[in-house]
Design a binder for this molecule. Sequence first.
Ligand SMILES: Cc1cc2nc3c(=O)[nH]c(=O)nc-3n(C[C@H](O)[C@H](O)[C@H](O)COP(=O)(O)OP(=O)(O)OC[C@H]3O[C@@H](n4cnc5c(N)ncnc54)[C@H](O)[C@@H]3O)c2cc1C
Ligand code: SF4
Length: 519
Amino acid sequence: MTENSDYDVIIIGSGAGGGTLAHALAGSGKKILLLERGDFLPRETDNWDPKAVFVDGKYMSKDTWFDRDGKAFQPQVHYFVGGATKLYGAALYRLRPQDFGEIKHVSGISPAWPLSYDDFEPWYSKAEQLYQVRGNGGEDPTEGHRSQPYPWPAVSHEPRIQEIYDDLTAGGYHPFHAPCGIMLNEADRPRSTCIRCTWCDGYPCLVHAKADAEVIAVRPLLDRPNVTLLTGAEVTKLETDGSGRTVTGVVVSRNGEREVYRADIVAVSAGAANSAKILLNSASDAHPHGLANGSDQVGRNYTFHNCKAIVALSKEKNDTVFQKTLGINDFYLPTHDYQWPMGNIQMIGKSNAEAMRGEQPEKTMFAPEWTLSDVAGHAVDFWLTTEDLPVPENRVTTDKDGNIHLAYTSTNDEEADRLYGELKKILNHVGMAAHHVLRKNFYMDMAIPLAGCAHQAGTCRFGADPADSVLDVNCKAHEVDNLYVVDTSFFPSIGAVNPALTAMANALRVADHLQSRLA
Ligand SMILES: Cc1cc2nc3c(=O)[nH]c(=O)nc-3n(C[C@H](O)[C@H](O)[C@H](O)COP(=O)(O)OP(=O)(O)OC[C@H]3O[C@@H](n4cnc5c(N)ncnc54)[C@H](O)[C@@H]3O)c2cc1C
Ligand code: SF4
């Protein structure tokens, strides 16, 4: 067993939360240890091979989790330096101002955050600068105010998507350019890092042009003498002193050995399910139900969005290469004829025949004369997101062997179905018949929906009251003086836009607090 006690801050997990936190703290000169269970994602042609990525699941963890009935499944999680951002679609949205307040939904209440949009706004701006977000402020009527413009202009629509944009605008909708973290320089394509390819959403970027947490946050730190990154370092447990108020040891399994590291501050950022797992598996006499779990809130209120991926087929060919450029928030808030919020509509990565394989009968049902390549060539692909509610029964627990069990029942299904109905109406405006709309099940390529946990959040929510939250407003555990949780676990509610930018912004906010604390 190795014991090391030489650090000011230990950060567990190098994804959107942990990687960004490390980046923000590195300049302080404090000694930082970044513990990451995965390795660097290899750069290889398989990065851009739909079969390797979607059919074979080459970059998915081999983890086994269990549902509420004890049935095993393979979750869609990715253990690499950079975490889930290595595979993400880089749609970098801010939550809407209303998301920070209480929202009434058909299935219940989405609770208010302890901080407002105005509190988060400066951190969103900083995160957009750091992650080089492309976007056009002011196009989306639901967005909040911004203190800084996007650092780069929005990624342009390709001709087919521009047609859809124009038709939607003519139909009275308010489509906008989706905020996006790809390092595309359209004014100088020969020198652009991003080559604008089709293998982006759900794929690693072979040329490191995606603004992910490895490329943007962690790699630039590797030469710094005050930052140490240990890969293949799975944190299994946190130890405390007898009072339970101070984390005194971070227990790591690395190369088959048990190692223990110590620091003044410990920030857990292992992803919502794994952060809950670490805390629950760290029960002790002082914390008999899991570390920082006196309120019985650790693991509860798990959310991951009520999502649908949709393929719309049209007679026109869709030759779009990079499709994820358009968003629609006309249904994000209640409308004049529906009292509940429905959510966000955006584009996703372009269908391709290889990834569709296995679902051929369903995909060709409405166009039997088409080959799978024809179907993919004519498809326009949408992603619908409805907020799912943080309910206590939707939760992560661990068993006696420390494995993750995930109990989840969907909420707001009526809103999600209504949003799907609105999409079908929209498609009539853009010349795609409603009966040509198919659910696109292969996007996540999962046997059961529970496994599609890309947007997992909410297992250690922050709040003012220790009775119903795990963390205080600085994301410090109420019950432990040197323990922070800085991934999407802190979300009290998830809203209906993609979560990564909020995790990044929050990490910058928490870093600012920690710098004051460590000064
Ligand atoms: C295919 C896909 C597409 C997505 N598209 C988008 C998108 O377009 N826009 C968006 O906003 N979001 C998107 N997301 C979601 C986004 O990537 C996540 O919300 C975000 O990365 C969450 O950040 P995090 O810090 O909570 O967790 P992660 O980024 O997953 O980081 C957690 C890290 O902790 C490590 N870890 C886990 N357990 C341990 C342990 N015990 N010890 C040490 N290390 C550990 C993991 O290996 C990982 O590196 C997508 C996700 C996927 C999978
Ligand atoms: S579109 Fe750009 S950022 Fe995305 S995978 Fe291709 S080269 Fe990388």
